[in-house]
Structure formats: C-alpha cells, structure tokens
Design a protein around this ligand. Structure first.
Ligand SMILES: Nc1nc2c(c(=O)[nH]1)N[C@H]1C(S)=C(S)[C@@H](COP(=O)(O)OP(=O)(O)OC[C@H]3O[C@@H](n4cnc5c(N)ncnc54)[C@H](O)[C@@H]3O)O[C@H]1N2
Ligand code: MOO
Length: 417
C-alpha cells in the first residue's frame, strides 16, 4: 500500500538533502566563468549611444582646452586687495570663439564674456554685477582671489587622460564628454545577440484567437524588451510546444544565431518540463536549485557552446531571475563587467515573515519615503510588475520585517529598466 508524504503545502519549502544554492554563490560562479564574447568595431559619436566601449577612451584634447571666463564681466590680473579700485579698460573685448589677441597691460582690465579665453596678462574675472563701468574705466570693490571666476585649462579632463573606461555603456551625458574631448570615432563592442524563446503548449501569440486552455505569451515580449533595453540585439526564436524535438531544433537555431539564449517555462521537473529534461539529457545542464523566491527552478546550461538560461515560466519569476542572474551574465558576455544593482535602504511600510535560508524579491514601490509592497506575492500576477517601481530585496537570513525596519529597495532603474 502506498503512503502519502507529510503535507508541505509550501512549494518553497526547501526539502532536506537538496543542495540549495545561495544567490550570491551562484552569482560568484557565473561571474568567474563568463567572459566577453563580443567583437570590436568603430562607430561615429552619435551612433555610440547605448554601446559598450571596447577600450579606454583617451581625451585628445583638454576640457576646457584653454583657461576661460565663467562669467560675463571684466578680466584683470589677480589677486586684488580689499577696498575700492578703479582700473582703466583696454580697447576691445574677449568673447567665446572670438579671442582677444593682444596682451592686457599691467594695471588694466578688459571686457570679457562667458566662455572667452583669458587674454595674456590677466588671470581673474570680476562679475559685471559687481562693477560700475563708465568712461573707459571700471570701479569695483576687492578682495578678489587670483583665478576668481576663471575655469582652468584641463580642470575637467586633461589631454591624454582616460575620459571613459572600457566596458562603460555610453549614456547621453557620455556623448557630451566624448565630443568635448575631441573623440568622434568610438571603439565599441559589437552588440551581444540574445535569443529568446518561450515554451509551453498553452501559449499563443499576442492578439491571436485564444481558446479556453490557452494564454498569451507574456514572457517573450518582456525578455526581448529587456535585451533591447540593455542595448543588445534581441533575436526572437518564437514559441516552442512542449515537445522535445521541436525544442531541440529551436535551441540549435538559437545557438547558431545568438551569444546567449533565454528560455522561459519548463524549467522545473514536471511531466512537461522539457527544457530542463532536454538540457539534462544533453549532458550540459548545471541545474541549480536557487535559494530564491520567486524563481526557484533555474536551469543553466551550455547548448552547442552557447549559454542557456532556462528561466521559470511564471512571468514574475521569469523577470526576477532574468534581472538577478541573466542580466549580469549578459553584461559580462557583452564586455560590460559585472554590474551590481545599486539599491538603497528605506523604511518598510509592510510586515513580512519569511523562512531563513533563501533570498526573496518582492514587488515594491516608494510612497512617502517608505517602501510598500504589492498586494500579493503570486508569481503569475503580472500587473504587479507594472504597479511596482522596483524590487524589495529581503536578505537570505531575514525572518521578520516589521513596519519601519530598513529594507533594500532596488528601483527598476538599478537594472537599467
Ligand atoms: N509540485 C510543484 N509544482 C510547482 C512547483 C513546485 O515546487 N512543486 N514550483 C512552482 C513554481 S514556483 C514555478 S516558478 C513553476 C516553474 O515551472 P516551470 O519553469 O517549469 O514553468 P511552467 O510550468 O512551464 O510554467 C509555469 C507557469 O507559467 C506560465 N507561463 C509559462 N510560460 C509563459 C509565458 N511565456 N507567458 C505567460 N505565462 C507563462 C505557465 O502557463 C504556468 O502557469 O512551477 C510551479 N509548480
Ligand atoms: O518560483 Mo516560481 O518561480 O515563484 O513562480
């Protein structure tokens, strides 16, 4: 006669005897094993947005290139002592782009505009608001420090210095810096190619007719979007039914077209969980049972030399695992180093008890300086991802969070979303 097991009723209870890999341990292993796979090319400045620098970019020119005025006013030789002063003005003026070519004699001043190079003979500028100018002279009160209101050549970046390091993903503000230091051809890495496929007989294409047992594929658009938002080339491999031969063929296709494969669904050990079964059969499965919620089943494997992240099917778990595990892995392959999401601590606006020994991520958002969490932890509640402003990270050994306790909030922006 068969006997029932004791009731667990917690699909996250960690069965004894199973080796649950802590999140940090898994990340350390990935970090150690994944290296850049992308090539190198040169692109014009504006096309470099979102691309990864292949090498350190060295300033070809200092910024600012020459010492210049920070204000509209009058340039003179500093320092100037306390008390009132009257100086004669030389004829002419110095303007941005139209320098004064002469030398300003000792004891004289010159009209100068913001951005103009300081002419020879002067090193300091007094603001026009502090000056009375009349009849070819200016009157003002000291003291004025030497170098006042002047921007020294190279005070921002010196010629020959590294302006931006290899691995940096070029942001709009970096375009300003690259342009300013005279770099117009940017050495970047070729884009990482990320293949995305969904598995499951229940899935249909967005917008298509869907029978009662069918659901729309939510993970694929999300994961393709994640790859694109990270600056990579998303490659849509489509949906695969729960059948091993189809899956094998699609993985072959994905491996031939991409540097990394993201799958979702079929990652655990059910009858139809063909992803993990096939990867196991191929002998290249590193099945990690992650001590993480949501997202316990995560399959990591090599398929024909291409890394595969077999993400869980539930969309919330798929996104959490993609952000925590696949994102830094993709960054490493793309030559961006290993990004650590920058979170910050805020008081909790919620109470939560949890089992120690696993990391948990909740959908959270900031309201009035405190972090509130979504109404449910259900891993299929996709609307909570749009409701949230990011994830609340609850440490492995935490057991009980009370309102007011500091919790780590990782805004979507910390993941580049
Ligand atoms: N007996 C147990 N059953 C389950 C456990 C468990 O510990 N014991 N864990 C649950 C958890 S947690 C997760 S997560 C899932 C993981 O399963 P799979 O990765 O094999 O995913 P599937 O079974 O294929 O799908 C799970 C769920 O997600 C839906 N899904 C799948 N793909 C998509 C998609 N592209 N778009 C939208 N929704 C998708 C799928 O229909 C299922 O509802 O296992 C639990 N079960
Ligand atoms: O861990 Mo499952 O991955 O919660 O939904």
């Amino acid at each position: 006669m068969i006997e029932p097991p004791p009731l667990k009723n917690d699909c996250f209870a960690l069965p004894p005897g199973v080796n649950w890999t802590p999140v940090d341990e898994a990340l350390a292993l990935l970090r150690d094993r994944l290296h850049p796979v992308t090539g190198e090319e040169c692109v014009p400045l504006q096309a470099a947005l979102g691309r990864v620098l292949a090498r350190d970019v060295v300033a070809r020119r200092s910024n600012p290139p020459r010492t210049n005025s920070a204000v509209d006013g009058y340039a003179l030789a500093g320092p100037v002592a306390e008390g009132s002063h009257v100086l004669p003005l030389v004829e002419g003026r110095a303007a941005a782009g139209v320098p004064y070519e002469g030398v300003v004699p000792a004891g004289q001043a010159i009209r100068i505009l913001t951005g103009a190079i300081l002419p020879e003979g002067v090193d300091s500028v007094i603001m026009e608001e502090d000056v009375t100018a009349e009849g070819g002279e200016i009157a003002f009160r000291g003291p004025l420090k030497r170098g006042a209101n002047a921007r020294a050549a190279g005070e921002d970046v010196a010629e020959g210095a590294v302006a931006l390091p290899a691995g940096r993903q070029v942001a709009p503000q970096d375009l300003a810096l690259l342009s300013a230091v005279g770099v117009a051809e940017i050495p970047v890495r070729t884009r990482l190619r990320v293949a995305v496929l969904s598995t499951g007989d229940e899935l249909v294409e967005p917008g298509a007719p869907a029978g009662p047992g069918k659901i729309y594929d939510a993970n694929r658009p999300m994961l393709l979007g994640l790859a694109e938002r990270m600056g990579f080339t998303p490659i849509d491999i489509g949906r695969v039914p729960d059948d091993r031969d189809s899956l094998r063929a699609r993985l072959d296709e994905a491996a031939s077209r991409a540097d990394l494969i993201l799958t979702s669904g079929g990652a655990s050990a059910g009858d139809e969980d063909h992803v993990s079964a096939l990867l196991r059969e191929s002998g290249a499965l590193q099945e990690w049972r992650m001590a993480i919620k949501p997202g316990r089943p995560l399959a990591l494997a090599m398929w024909d030399g291409t890394p595969v992240f077999g993400l869980p099917g539930n969309p919330v778990a798929a996104l959490v695992c993609a952000l925590i595990f696949a994102r830094p892995a993709m960054a490493a392959l793309a030559g961006m180093g290993w990004p650590e999401p920058q979170g910050f601590d805020l008081p909790a606006a919620f109470e939560k008890r949890k089992k120690p020994g696993r990391r948990e991520y909740l959908r959270g958002r900031v309201k009035d300086g405190r972090v509130e969490v979504f109404r449910s932890e259900g891993s299929g509640l996709i609307s909570g991802l749009s409701w949230a402003g990011g994830l609340v990270e609850i440490g492995d050994e935490e057991r009980h969070i009370r309102p007011g306790d500091p919790v780590r909030f990782l805004p979507w922006g910390a993941f580049g979303l």
